[in-house]
Write a protein that binds this ligand. Structure first.
Ligand SMILES: Nc1ncnc2c1ncn2[C@@H]1O[C@H](COP(=O)(O)OP(=O)(O)OP(=O)(O)O)[C@@H](O)[C@H]1O
Ligand SMILES: [Mg+2]
Length: 332
């Protein structure tokens, strides 16, 4: 009789096997794990020792002002730049030593469109597929399917310079999907897209996420982050300032409501009533009064006889979180 093998034993043996292979984090559901991750360029510290982990199947966002360190972080994840300090594991592999294992499993939409200008749309994709060891026919079939998915099937024979900015961006996304990546890294995927094209891309990204892909997204569009991200971090000056689910962050950092009002109107007699306002930010001549009840707050300003355009009373959103957390650098 065969000795029976309990399922517990199999789990233990599999864990040992994975650990030996270098897959350190597969037991937890994390596909990316960063600890004290650092990036320096010469003397400058662009990423100052950040910790984060991305779970399989989620969309994880990085927000932050220009120069915050988002792209530097992305580049370390997909091996475009070296890691200066700390630890980074991608799909269980050590990004410092095992990048060759990682590269084929990750799809990348870099911040800059880096298409080959001399190759047609289709050839750009086929060449990319060849880098991943696909034979020409397979690369061609996959390329046409991805062009279809992104609505670019009519452009297969065009050269990159014949595409609009939004089409180029969609082409880069198509290219990133060529090898059916387990993780898709999207560095500002919709920058420069018109609202319609942006919605198309959002829909495609949502479909990919539904199908089980893990997405890592940087964006300056707060609506995009709110729609797509399960969790996100806000970075500035190479550090993570806050993290959480979009709605949770809005509630925690900004509270429920904000009254925007022209700052010049708040001078003189009409001081902001302290008790009602939990936080006050001024950006570019507009003051944001974060509060729990816009109606009561507006009553206090009755004497100002506010006209449309001078104020806006609304629920808070992720844009406010960004403003509050990184407001200082906006004013610098
Ligand atoms: N190759 C490089 N050499 C030197 N410094 C660099 C290099 N790449 C980035 N930096 C610097 O590192 C810092 C972070 O840049 P990074 O591109 O990561 O920011 P980001 O958050 O992606 O900004 P953006 O929103 O503008 O894309 C910046 O101060 C930038 O000047
Ligand atoms: Mg960037």
């Amino acid at each position: 009789m065969q000795p029976s093998v309990s399922s517990d034993n199999i789990v233990v043996v599999k864990r040992m096997f994975l650990l030996e292979r270098g897959n350190r984090f597969l037991e937890t559901n994390a596909v990316i794990e960063a600890r004290q991750l650092q990036k320096t360029y010469g003397q400058a510290l662009a990423v100052k020792g950040i910790d984060f982990s991305v779970q399989r199947g989620e969309c994880f966002g990085f927000l932050g002002p220009n120069g915050a360190g988002k792209t530097s972080t992305m580049k370390m994840i997909y091996g475009r730049t070296s890691i200066s300090g700390g630890e980074l594991y991608v799909l269980g592999f050590d990004a410092k030593r095992q990048m060759s294992q990682i590269k084929g499993r990750v799809g990348v939409v870099p911040q800059e469109n880096n298409l080959d200008p001399e190759l047609t749309v289709l050839e750009n994709l086929i060449l990319y597929g060849r880098y991943f060891g696909m034979i020409r026919q397979e690369a061609g079939e996959r390329a046409r399917a991805r062009l279809d998915f992104l609505g670019l099937e009519d452009k297969a024979g065009a050269l990159p310079h014949e595409l609009s900015g939004g089409m180029k961006r969609r082409l880069i996304i198509a290219r990133a999907l060529l090898n059916d990546p387990e993780i898709l890294i999207l560095d500002e995927p919709t920058t420069g897209l018109d609202p319609r094209a942006r919605h198309v891309v959002w829909q495609k990204l949502a479909e990919l996420r539904e199908a089980g892909s893990t997405l890592i997204l940087t964006t300056h569009y707060m609506e995009e982050a709110a729609r797509l991200c399960d969790r996100l971090v806000v970075m500035d000056h190479g550090q993570i300032l806050a993290r959480g689910e979009p709605t949770g962050l809005v509630e925690e950092v900004a509270g429920p409501y904000v009254l925007e009002i022209n700052s010049s109107l708040l001078n003189g007699d009409h001081l902001v009533p302290d008790g009602l306002v939990r936080r006050r930010e001024t950006v570019g001549g507009r003051t944001f009064l974060f509060n729990h009840d816009n109606g009561t707050l507006l009553d206090r300003f009755e004497g100002l006889k506010l006209r449309a355009g001078q104020y806006l009373a609304r629920p808070t959103n992720l844009e406010d979180v960004f403003l509050i957390l990184t407001g200082r650098s906006l004013e610098e």
